[in-house]
Design a protein. Structure first.
Length: 102
């Protein structure tokens, strides 16, 4: 014995939860929430170029904390998210959109 623990032993520091808690989803646990897949607004409306002068459009992707909304929340595709970020950064450089919240 050189002080190593066996891989299958009951050391107590393993991952996961106890056996009684894993069965909770079937009996009295919460039902899984149905989430609708988000659709890219630019793809749906067939907007190819995102203009930095269109403040009304850009402000819907910048919440009150003045951070650019991520893809997982806004639902935009990768290509349009990159174009959106570029347009927001250009609008910030010429002071159409604030960098921070007040």
């Amino acid at each position: 014995m050189n002080g190593r623990r066996s891989a299958g032993g009951s050391g107590g520091g393993g991952r996961g939860r106890g056996g009684a808690q894993t069965q909770q989803g079937k009996e009295g646990g919460r039902r899984p929430m149905f989430r609708r897949r988000k659709v890219c607004r630019f793809c749906a409306e067939k907007i190819d170029d995102i203009n930095y002068k269109d403040i009304k459009l850009l402000m819907s992707f910048v919440p009150e904390r003045a951070k650019i909304m991520p893809r997982r929340i806004s639902g935009t595709c990768a290509m349009h998210q990159r174009k959106l970020r570029t347009a927001i950064m250009r609008a910030r450089q010429i002071a159409l959109i604030a960098y921070t919240s007040e």
